[in-house]
Ligand binder design. Structure first.
Ligand SMILES: Cc1cc2nc3c(=O)[nH]c(=O)nc-3n(C[C@H](O)[C@H](O)[C@H](O)COP(=O)(O)OP(=O)(O)OC[C@H]3O[C@@H](n4cnc5c(N)ncnc54)[C@H](O)[C@@H]3O)c2cc1C
Length: 448
């Protein structure tokens, strides 16, 4: 029987959680995995299931990394990092979710309601003019593709748009660029590459989220693994003979290591590599963008918005301001989730919780009227300030391409690499990170 690449990866995903002891000889190589996010856990699971001795070193006091379920409101587990399996068909995370018997609920971008700000209604705006915007951006990207040098998505759009823009048109364009690109890729339109922005792939099928929390997936993978929590790696020495990893209070030695820390951490150089990383890898780290997507969950005493709608969208003259909301009424929770992406997200990270909630309420009142209740509490993320992520996920910044992701993924001596930013087809996603971990494990297994 021959296997396609996808079938092979899917079969790895479906490995039962039992240990194959065939490789557990005394001289089997030892492997350190830096980071217990989904990439690190996928690599550790695959190698451990093949009988290799694997130790996972994680700075946080929990596994999951950018998958982080909050149980601050015990009856409503909510995800502060990833929420969805994007495209559940043939997606390896679906297989894991099935194996973990994790309940899922589908949401759809088509099940959306648009709310138009009164200032735009006065100008006669009745909708988002999506087809016109789609055509405009598609023309902009086609023209940018023929340029010798890459430009930003914003610059590409400005080359094809008829000026001057009326304020109604400008608001519709901003809405489209924010909801379609900035919220999706987490970079700003000024930073996103016009030439390579769409060089990724997607799985088909519904987008599903986990009403009992995404952490069921990392928890499932982590069962029985040797994970050392609270170990902040500061230095990695690698030679032809092996790898030494230093944390605040321990030194770990192994034959090989798999590095899965986020691109944001690599950009900040909080881990010292000795010898320095190869120039191509350093250039890739610099060129690729680390974006920002933040979440604000507001909890109310009652659901005052339409119960059966998934996405509540807000079209206003204020660019990037509370454009997208998700209702959790479907899961039984009187909770709204508002997003901020890119520049606007960076700006509001500096605000206090109180100021952010007041701003959100101003918008919700514009959408639903002044009679709506105040939230009883809120949970707000600030991923750019998280020193173990320094952002939400990677995107193709101007001048970067999948070649940079390949350079990031390529091995350097005894160091192997995984993590969402190293995956060319599915960057910025849980499934991309997972597949990158399986890929790194496969490369290490070839050495055995
Ligand atoms: C707000 C938000 C929403 C998202 N929504 C979705 C979504 O709906 N669907 C989707 O598919 N994806 C989504 N993503 C992206 C997804 O969460 C990530 O792509 C994926 O979880 C990354 O996994 P990873 O293993 O590559 O990295 P991580 O999960 O970040 O794992 C890396 C680990 O390395 C650890 N680490 C860092 N520095 C050190 C150090 N010095 N020493 C030791 N350990 C260290 C970190 O603590 C972390 O645990 C979202 C992300 C965010 C932030």
């Amino acid at each position: 029987m021959t296997f396609s690449r996808r079938e092979f990866l899917a079969s790895l995903a479906a490995y039962p959680l039992v240990m194959n002891t065939s490789l557990q000889a005394a001289d089997a190589p030892t492997i350190l995995i830096i980071g217990a996010g989904i990439a690190g856990l996928a690599a550790a699971r695959s190698l451990s299931d093949q009988g290799l001795k694997v130790t996972v070193i994680e700075a946080r006091e929990r596994t999951g990394g950018r998958i982080h379920t909050s149980r601050v409101w015990p009856e409503y587990p909510l995800d502060l990092g990833a929420s969805w399996i994007h495209g559940q068909r043939q997606n390896p995370i679906t297989e894991l979710a099935n194996a973990a018997q994790a309940k899922r609920i589908a949401t759809s971008y088509d099940n959306a309601e648009l709310y138009i700000d009164a200032r735009l209604k006065q100008l006669g705006v009745q909708g988002t003019n999506e087809t016109a915007m789609e055509n405009l951006v598609s023309k902009a990207l086609k023209q940018a593709a023929n340029l010798d040098t890459d430009i930003s998505l914003q610059a590409a759009v400005e080359r094809v748009v008829n000026k001057p823009l009326g304020s109604a048109y400008q608001a519709q364009l901003n809405f489209y660029l924010n909801s379609t690109y900035e919220q999706e890729y987490s970079g700003s339109t000024q930073e996103i590459s016009a030439q390579t922005v769409e060089d990724n792939e997607e799985f088909s099928g519904a987008d599903v989220l986990f009403p009992q929390g995404y952490d069921q997936i990392p928890n499932y993978l982590a069962q029985g693994l040797d994970v050392r929590l609270g170990q902040i790696v500061s230095r990695i020495n690698y030679t032809n003979a092996g790898v030494t990893v230093k944390t605040q209070d321990q030194t770990y030695k192994a034959d090989y290591a798999i590095i899965t820390v986020p691109l944001g951490v690599l950009k900040r150089k909080t881990i010292q590599f000795n010898p320095s990383l190869p120039a191509a890898k350093q250039a890739a780290i610099q060129r690729l963008g680390m974006g920002l997507l933040n979440k604000a969950y507001l909890r109310f005493n009652t659901v005052f918005w339409p119960k059966d709608i998934d996405w509540l969208e807000y079209l206003s003259p204020d660019a990037g301001c509370w454009v997208e909301w998700v209702s959790f009424a479907k899961t039984g929770a009187p909770v709204l989730l508002g997003f901020h992406a890119a520049d606007r997200a960076r700006e509001v990270e500096a605000w206090s919780d109180q100021a952010l909630i007041a701003d959100a309420m101003k918008v919700l009142k514009a959408m639903f009227g002044n009679a709506i209740p105040q939230p009883t509490s809120a949970q707000i993320t600030r991923w750019a300030q998280d020193p173990l992520a320094y952002g939400s996920y990677s995107f193709n910044a101007v001048g970067s391409s999948n070649q940079d992701r390949q350079a990031l993924a390529s091995k350097s001596g005894r160091l192997y690499w995984a993590g969402e930013a190293t995956h060319s087809a599915y960057p910025g996603t849980v499934h991309g990170a997972y597949l990158s971990g399986v890929r790194a494990a496969k490369a290490v297994l070839k050495l055995v």
